[in-house]
Ligand binder design. Sequence first.
Ligand SMILES: Cc1cc2nc3c(=O)[nH]c(=O)nc-3n(C[C@H](O)[C@H](O)[C@H](O)COP(=O)(O)OP(=O)(O)OC[C@H]3O[C@@H](n4cnc5c(N)ncnc54)[C@H](O)[C@@H]3O)c2cc1C
Length: 487
Amino acid sequence: MKAIAVIGGGIGGLATAFRLRQHAAETGTPVHVTIYEAGERFGGVIASSQEQGFTLEHGPDSIVRSKPAGIELIKDLGLEDQLQPTQEFARSSLIVKGRRLLPIPEGLYLLAPAKFWPFALSPIISWPGKLRMALDLLLPRRRADLPEESLAEFVRRRLGKEALDRIAQPLVSGIYTADPEQLSLRATMPQFLEMERDHRSLILGMRKRAKDQSVATARGPRYGLFASLTGGLQTLVDRLLERLRGPGCDLITNTRVETVVRAEEGGYTLALADGYRQFDQVVLALPAHAAAKVTKHLDAALSFKLATIPYAGVATVNIALRVDQVPHLPIAAGFVVPAVEGRTLIACTFGHHKYAGRAPDGHVLLRAFVGGALHENALERSDQDLTDGVLRDLRDIIGLQGDPLFTRLHRWPKAMAQYVLGHQESVQVIRSRERGFTGFALVGNGYEGVGIPDLAAQAENAVDRLTGRDRSLPKPVRDAMSRATTA
Ligand SMILES: Cc1cc2nc3c(=O)[nH]c(=O)nc-3n(C[C@H](O)[C@H](O)[C@H](O)COP(=O)(O)OP(=O)(O)OC[C@H]3O[C@@H](n4cnc5c(N)ncnc54)[C@H](O)[C@@H]3O)c2cc1C
């Protein structure tokens, strides 16, 4: 029986363990999987709780349906009937300007508008700013052989500074909590580079893409593509643990793996605080900075490269209110705050609007975000100070009255990978070092995507690596080959 260690019990590690066990069961190849988690609970940054009738999401709250691996995982776990779409009436977002909340005009998807009139009539951008954006219709393409551009450089060149400060920065920050001056467009939103290549103008490219209904009706993010699970995303973690528990799988918390080295007799040796353990195969399902520490004695070059992937910290503040405390709350999923506004808040979702049943009748659930690459020192502030800053901003922006029923702050230090310029080259080096080891795989949000579906996809890739599975072959052929290899 093959002994496999999965290091890290976030969604990346749990999904990999689940897929490994599923593959073993399908092909009749016995494996024993041990998951080591440094913290006291599994799930990593995914955590939900129920309090006084509110469903609080401490970390992520949504899974995007357009990337299939996330939904496939949910289906394979038998959770399809618990999928919760976003509420149709709230599928739009707002942008803060001064003390006003301005609706994102229909057809404006992340960087550029797909529709003329809704955008022309919106006060988000001044008239000179709009004229500068319209220059995009005339500007030539950038030469393909020039060095990679940051998101900020790209948006400034095509659409102007105001479009960057007032639209692109806050909307993109809502996803990557990134500094747009550093963010690699190629690694995060290559569709906009393709648009320039294929249509020259982003506005023309967006108009072509508007045939896709989710782009034509987007108001910021495409909320129609988002889903959660009844009870919050913790349901996903709980179901994974349920499926993993039992013979053939050890789930171990409060155990940090210090290092991994190659064992003389083949396989790998893990160093834990209380001694050493031997495994045939190892999966590191960790943030890149944690994987860098663990691989220091395995491969210095790999460890060095992993350590170069920067991370930013964020915190969420769940705020429970009575409806009469925010009498003028707009009908939307939430709002984003441009960094040029200089506020504590970077974004806020209206949890009870976004998903049904998240707050008791007559109540409101807000979820504020602070931190990110542009506000990194926010996390140095005390819980009380951060919460006070958030409430001050909310009093100003949405007219919040009185004290909340309760607030809950959750910190996620060094949790959000930053895909800076050169990210794809770094990942190529990392993946090529990984290939130098048999029975070794890296899964994490530092590589090919930060979202839960990206990690579900990487979990499948890790199974391919460890088992030699070739998913391009029809399943019966694959299974027969696996059985033959084991025999
Ligand atoms: C506030 C927030 C909101 C987000 N919103 C969304 C969203 O709505 N939708 C979406 O798709 N994505 C979202 N993301 C991103 C996504 O949730 C994460 O990228 C993903 O969950 C990371 O999973 P992971 O397993 O790679 O890492 P983690 O969740 O970080 O798990 C890694 C685990 O490894 C453990 N560990 C670390 N070092 C060791 C060691 N040496 N030995 C053993 N264990 C170790 C840690 O304790 C941790 O539990 C959000 C992220 C955050 C922080």
